[in-house]
Design a protein around this ligand. Structure first.
Ligand SMILES: Nc1nc2c(ncn2[C@@H]2O[C@H](COP(=O)(O)OP(=O)(O)OP(=O)(O)O)[C@@H](O)[C@H]2O)c(=O)[nH]1
Length: 729
C-alpha cells in the first residue's frame, strides 16, 4: 500500500509541484522521515510531533519503496492530539477561562488606542493590550462565531465591539505602512496614500521619464539631443546595453530626469525595471519603421506600471515616412489613440538627428508632469530604486539609483534587500561627488556591502542596527525560501527525469542517437542587468534537441573559481563585457575550459545559437597522459555473484587517471580499449596515480587484458574550430 501511495505522491508532486506534508489513511499516518529512511507506521492516535519530513524513495535495500528517487526535507511542527483538542475547545480549558476573566477585569473602563497596519492579528492586538492572546481569541470567537485563534486576522470592528462589551473604549489608529514595516518596509513611503492637504504640502519634484521603444528607433539619439551630448556614437555595436539615467536642466529652470533603456529584445527585464521607477514613458517610434515588437512590449510595460505615455514619432526627417500610419498603427495594434486622431495621448513629431521638435516634446513632458502633480517629501529618509548594480574597482559594490522619496545623505545607513551599509560616497550622473540626493535625482551609491537587485528598493535607515536587522531578516527569509525552492526543484527534476527514463527505457532508446544535447554555461557580465537579459534569452533558447543550462552566473571579471566550476560541470564560460584576466585564461587552458567573450548582446545570442547548431563543434585530438604495465591480474567478487577483473599495475610514465580513455597494447599492437572505471591506490579510491606508483584498476568496455600488457591512458582534448571568433581559450 505504501508503495502505491508513494507512487501516487510522487506523481502528484510532479504534476502539481505541491508536496502534501502528511498523508492520512484511516488509522494510518505515514511519516516520511529523514531522507535516508522511510518509515511506515501505524499510529494509534497520539503521537503527532515535530518531525523531519522527507521522502527517500527507490533506495536499495529498503522496504516499501516507490520506484522513484527524490529526497525532500521539510520540517513540520505539529501539536499533540491532546493539545489540538484543547485548542479546539478552549472554553473547557480552565487556564483560558481564568485568562478571560482577567481580560474583562483589566479592560473594564479602559481607553485604549491600537496601532494597526493594513491587517492585524489577535496576537498583535493582545500584545498591545498586554492581555492573553488565547483569551482574546476566545472572546472574539464567542462574539463572531468564527474559529479564531491567536494568529487569526481580525477586523477592527469586531475587536472594538468585543472590548466595548468589557467596558473598554478602543480605537484603532491605522499606521502608515512606513511605520508598520519599520523592519520590513514592504510598502515604501512613495507608494503610500496621502490626504490632498498633506500631499500639497510636499514640494514638486522633477518628472522621471523613461524613453522606450524598439531597437534602433532613435532613443539614445533623442536623449543625446535632449542633453546635448553624444552617447550613441560611442556605444559598442551601436546599441544601448546598460540602463542609464541623467538629469537635464531646462532653460525655464525645471529639471527632468531621463532614463535610457536598451531596446534590444534581450533587455526586457531592464526595461521592466525602467517603468517601475518612472513617472512618464516617452514611446519612441521611428516614422519609417513603424510599430514593432518592442514598441508593443514598451506599451505593455507602461500599462502594467500604470504610467502615462507620450508618443514621440522620430525620424520624421526621412522622406516618404508616414507619421500618420504610425498613429493609426498604434491605435490598431496597441489601442493607443493619440490626440491627432481624436484620443487623449500626447504625440509629438521629432527628428532626434536634426534636433527638430524637441521643444514640443519637453512641453509635452512638463504638461504631463503638471497633470500628474509629482511631489515628494524631501525631509523624509531617502527611498530610491536601484536601476543597476555592479562591483567597481576601488569602490566595491555600487548601485545606480533614482531617488523616489526623501533625501539621502553621505554617512546615512542604508539597506536594500539583503544588503546594507553606510553611504561612503554619492556620485551624480556626471560622476561628481554629491553630499545630498533629493527626489528624482539619479545617483551612484557607494557603501553597500553587497550587490543590490535592479528594481530593488534602497532605503535610508535610522542607524546601523536598523539597517542590519532589515537585511538580516530578509536574508534569512529569502535564504529559507530559496533553499526550499531549490530542494523542491532538484527533487522534482530528479523524479521527473527518473520517471521519464523509466518510461523510455527500452533497449533502442538507451543508446538513441537522438538523445538531447546539453550546453552548460557559467555566465559572467559587467552588470546585473546584463546577466538578467542573457539569462532570459538563454532560457528561451532551449529546444527539442538541446538543453541549455546555466550552472552559475555572476557580476564581475571571470575568476579562477568560475573556471573550477566550469571544469567540474563541463560548462563553458561566457564573458559578456567583462574582463578575463590572463592568469584565469591560463587556468582555463590548463583545465580544458573554454571561455567565450563578447561585448554585444546579439553576438552572444547568435554565438549560442551557433553552438546549439553544432557549428563550432570542436574536433578532438587524443593526448597520451601516461602509461602503465600490468603486473598482475586478479578478480574481485562483486554483488549479484559477478566477478570483476582487476589489473594490478605500475605506472611507468606520466599518470593513470580515472574516467580517462585507456588503450591496451600487447606486443606493440592495440588489442582493445575502454575507460578507467575504478582506480585504487592501496585500498583508497583515487582520481589519479602518478609515475612510479602501483595501482589497481578496472577497465570498462574491455576485460581481455593480461599480465604483461601495456596500458596507454589518453586524454581527449577538444581543438577549436578556426572560425570560432569568440573563443579565447
Ligand atoms: N534619419 C534619422 N536617423 C536617426 C534619427 N534618430 C536616430 N537615428 C539613427 O538611428 C540609428 C539608431 O539610433 P539610436 O539612437 O542608437 O537608437 P536606439 O533606439 O537608442 O537603439 P538601442 O540603443 O539599440 O535601443 C542611428 O544610426 C541614428 O543615427 C532621426 O531622427 N533621423
Amino acid at each position: 500500500m505504501a508503495r502505491s501511495l508513494l507512487s501516487l505522491l510522487s506523481k502528484h508532486i510532479i504534476k502539481t509541484g505541491i508536496f502534501p506534508l502528511c498523508m492520512n489513511k484511516p488509522q494510518t499516518n505515514i511519516f516520511l522521515a529523514s531522507p535516508a529512511s522511510f518509515l511506515h507506521r501505524q499510529e494509534k492516535g497520539s503521537c503527532e510531533r515535530k518531525v523531519q519530513l522527507g521522502v527517500s524513495v527507490g533506495r536499495k535495500g529498503q522496504r516499501d519503496l516507490a520506484p522513484l528517487d527524490f529526497s525532500l526535507v521539510f520540517f513540520r511542527s505539529l501539536v499533540t492530539k491532546a493539545d489540538k483538542k484543547k485548542n479546539l475547545e478552549p472554553e473547557k480549558n480552565p487556564q483560558v477561562i481564568e485568562n478571560l476573566k482577567k481580560l474583562e477585569r483589566s479592560l473594564k473602563g479602559a481607553k485604549v488606542e491600537i496601532l494597526s497596519g493594513d491587517t492585524i492579528t489577535v496576537k498583535d492586538v493582545a500584545s498591545q493590550l498586554k492581555v492573553s492572546a488565547k483569551a482574546l481569541a476566545l472572546a472574539l470567537r464567542k462574539f463572531t462565531g468564527e474559529p479564531t485563534v491567536a494568529d487569526s486576522v481580525v477586523s477592527s470592528d469586531a475587536v472594538e465591539l468585543v472590548l466595548s462589551d468589557f467596558g473598554a473604549k478602543v480605537s484603532f489608529i491605522k499606521q502608515t505602512s512606513a511605520e508598520t514595516e519599520k523592519m520590513g518596509r514592504t510598502t515604501p513611503r512613495y507608494l503610500q496614500k496621502y490626504t490632498p492637504e498633506v500631499w500639497a504640502s510636499f514640494p514638486l519634484r522633477p518628472p522621471i521619464v523613461t524613453v522606450m521603444g524598439h531597437v534602433d528607433h532613435g532613443k539614445t539619439t533623442l536623449l543625446d539631443a535632449l542633453r546635448n551630448s553624444n552617447v550613441a556614437s560611442s556605444e559598442r555595436g551601436g546599441i544601448t546595453q546598460n540602463i542609464g539615467a541623467f538629469s537635464v536642466s531646462l532653460s525655464n529652470g525645471s529639471m527632468v530626469t531621463f532614463l535610457d533603456t536598451p531596446g534590444h529584445e534581450a533587455f526586457a527585464a531592464m526595461r521592466a525595471c525602467g517603468t517601475q521607477v518612472t513617472d512618464i514613458v516617452v514611446l519612441v517610434v521611428a516614422a519609417n519603421d513603424g510599430v514593432m515588437p518592442q514598441t508593443l512590449e514598451a506599451v505593455n510595460h507602461a500599462r502594467n506600471a500604470n504610467v502615462p505615455i507620450i508618443v514621440a514619432i522620430n525620424k520624421v526627417d526621412i522622406s516618404g515616412c508616414s507619421p500618420e500610419k504610425v498613429m493609426n498603427d498604434l491605435y490598431s495594434y496597441a489601442g493607443i489613440q493619440v490626440e491627432q486622431i481624436g484620443g487623449d495621448v500626447q504625440c509629438v513629431l521629432v527628428s532626434a538627428l536634426k534636433r527638430q521638435g524637441l521643444e514640443n516634446l519637453i512641453d509635452a513632458i512638463l504638461l504631463q508632469a503638471e497633470l500628474s502633480d509629482l511631489r515628494a517629501n524631501t525631509k523624509d529618509p531617502g527611498e530610491a530604486i536601484c536601476i543597476e548594480s555592479k562591483v567597481s574597482k576601488g569602490l566595491g559594490s555600487v548601485a545606480n539609483c533614482i531617488v523616489r522619496w526623501g533625501s539621502f545623505h553621505v554617512q546615512d545607513f542604508v539597506a536594500s534587500g539583503r544588503s546594507w551599509g553606510r553611504i561612503r560616497r554619492m556620485l551624480d550622473d556626471r560622476g561628481k561627488s554629491i553630499s545630498v540626493a533629493g527626489p528624482s535625482t539619479p545617483f551612484t551609491l557607494v557603501g553597500l556591502k553587497d550587490l543590490v537587485d535592479p528594481g530593488g528598493l534602497v532605503c535610508a535607515m535610522k542607524d546601523e542596527a536598523e539597517a542590519k536587522s532589515y537585511a538580516e531578516k530578509l536574508d534569512s527569509d529569502m535564504y529559507l525560501k530559496k533553499l526550499q525552492q531549490t530542494a523542491l526543484q532538484v527533487s522534482l527534476q530528479r523524479a521527473a527525469a527518473k520517471l521519464k527514463s523509466q518510461e523510455a527505457s527500452t533497449p533502442e532508446s538507451a543508446d538513441s542517437p537522438h538523445s538531447k544535447k546539453r550546453l552548460s554555461f557559467v555566465i559572467k557580465a559587467d552588470v546585473r542587468g546584463s546577466i538578467d537579459a542573457v539569462l532570459e534569452c538563454i532560457h528561451k533558447m532551449k529546444s527539442e534537441e538541446t538543453d541549455v543550462e546555466v550552472v552559475h552566473s555572476g557580476v564581475g571579471a571571470v575568476t579562477d573559481s568560475d573556471i573550477f566550476l566550469a571544469a567540474s560541470s563541463g560548462a563553458s564560460v561566457l564573458a559578456f563585457n567583462c574582463k578575463v584576466p590572463s592568469n584565469v585564461i591560463q587556468h582555463a587552458k590548463h583545465n580544458g575550459v573554454s571561455i567565450r567573450q563578447y561585448s554585444i548582446i546579439y553576438e552572444l545570442l547568435d554565438d549560442i545559437q551557433s553552438l546549439q547548431e553544432g557549428k563550432f563543434e570542436p574536433s578532438t585530438v587524443e593526448k597520451c597522459i601516461g602509461t602503465a604495465q600490468i603486473k598482475q591480474v586478479f578478480y574481485l567478487d562483486k554483488k549479484q555473484g559477478k566477478r570483476a577483473k582487476v589489473a594490478g599495475c605500475v605506472v611507468s610514465n606520466g599518470m593513470v587517471a580515472k574516467d580517462h580513455k585507456v588503450r591496451v597494447y600487447r606486443s606493440g599492437d592495440v588489442i582493445g580499449e575502454g575507460k578507467v572505471d575504478s582506480l585504487k591506490f592501496f585500498k583508497e579510491d583515487v582520481l589519479f596515480v602518478s609515475s612510479g606508483k602501483e595501482c589497481g584498476l578496472m577497465i570498462s568496455g574491455f576485460e581481455d587484458f593480461q599480465q604483461g600488457d601495456t596500458l596507454e591512458v589518453v586524454e581527449v582534448v577538444p581543438v577549436s574550430s578556426k572560425e570560432d571568433k569568440y573563443l579565447i581559450t
